[in-house]
Design a binder for this molecule. Structure first.
Ligand SMILES: Cc1cc2nc3c(=O)[nH]c(=O)nc-3n(C[C@H](O)[C@H](O)[C@H](O)COP(=O)(O)OP(=O)(O)OC[C@H]3O[C@@H](n4cnc5c(N)ncnc54)[C@H](O)[C@@H]3O)c2cc1C
Length: 273
């Protein structure tokens, strides 16, 4: 028997184009059901394993911030896990124990870029870690999971001023690069004893040198720090300007800010005849 086609007055009301109010109510119901499902799944996941679901949410939040930073600063400065550069940067670490899985790795080239990154991270409440020479093997010291790793390796200036006898060091430099440059001028710094240790923490966290019996600890020889504070200000810390910060940085490591530059004393490498 041939099927009879229904005319529009016989179709269900919504399909036939019900009132806007009914359509709105249906949409509202669907939305509420979707929201309730997400809440249900989230609460169940949290009840099953609070730590792992918290990690998922923090990871998601950090990833959103990473995308924001990448949009603002460009892909060459912010590497996501899908980027080739990310793998090399992540594994540029002396100790396997220190390896972590940050949501992205930021490689600023100046104090201004460090400050821009810090402001966004603090505003978004995303955890972050700071790395200089990557020599720290305690995992949470210079690494983070579900957060952002700021590597200072692009801050690698070494400039010696023969007039003042001071050398300015970018905080991502390593001691072998510092020594190679200073050898040309027949001077030396009170630096770490191991060539590939970073200037960053050996200087802000203090440090023991082969020259320490003559000239004290590494940090005792620093006369000025350029520091990015956690509110994004870039300040100088020395005996006259921000003296409390100057004092705190002599061993304070990353607790008071991110040091981007050090100015430190040099000494003649060979005795004068
Ligand atoms: C093989 C070996 C030899 C060593 N030899 C010596 C030695 O001769 N003398 C000595 O004193 N110590 C020595 N150490 C210890 C070394 O000084 C520390 O591990 C130091 O933390 C390494 O500095 P880094 O910048 O490479 O550290 P990273 O691993 O990059 O960072 C370590 C900590 O410092 C913080 N940090 C790094 N850069 C900055 C910055 N610019 N501003 C603020 N915070 C920062 C990080 O956030 C992190 O908390 C040695 C370690 C190893 C493994």
């Amino acid at each position: 028997m041939p099927r009879r086609r229904r005319n529009s007055s016989e179709l269900p009301r919504f399909a036939a184009g019900g009132s806007p109010l009914e359509a709105f109510a249906l949409f509202g119901l669907a939305l509420a059901a979707a929201v309730l499902s997400v809440v249900y799944v989230s609460v169940s996941a949290y009840m099953a394993d609070p730590m792992s679901s918290t990690r998922v949410f923090s990871g998601f939040r950090a990833l959103v911030t990473c995308k924001k930073l990448q949009h603002h600063l460009g892909p060459s400065l912010i590497s996501l896990p899908s980027d080739d550069e990310y793998v090399a940067l992540r594994e540029e670490n002396r100790s396997q124990a220190g390896l972590r899985d940050p949501s992205c790795i930021a490689s600023p080239r100046s104090a201004t870029e460090v400050a821009e990154i810090v402001v966004v991270l603090v505003q978004d409440g995303v955890p972050f870690a700071v790395r200089s020479g990557n020599h720290e093997s305690i995992p949470s010291e210079a690494g983070t999971d579900q957060g952002v790793l700021i590597t200072l390796s692009n801050l690698n200036e070494v400039s010696y001023d023969a007039g003042t006898g001071l050398v300015t060091l970018g905080s991502g430099t390593r001691w072998d690069a510092v020594n190679a440059e200073l050898d040309k001028n027949n001077v030396a710094v009170v630096g770490d004893r191991t060539p590939d240790v970073g200037v960053g923490n050996a200087t802000s966290g203090c440090g023991l040198s082969y020259l320490s019996d003559l000239y004290a600890l590494v940090c005792d020889n620093v006369v000025n720090y350029e520091v990015v504070l956690f509110d994004g200000r870039i300040v100088e810390a020395n005996i006259n300007s921000n003296p409390d910060l100057f004092w705190a940085l002599k061993g304070g490591s990353d607790n008071a800010g991110i040091v981007t530059k050090f100015e430190t004393k040099t000494y003649l490498s060979t005795p004068t005849p």
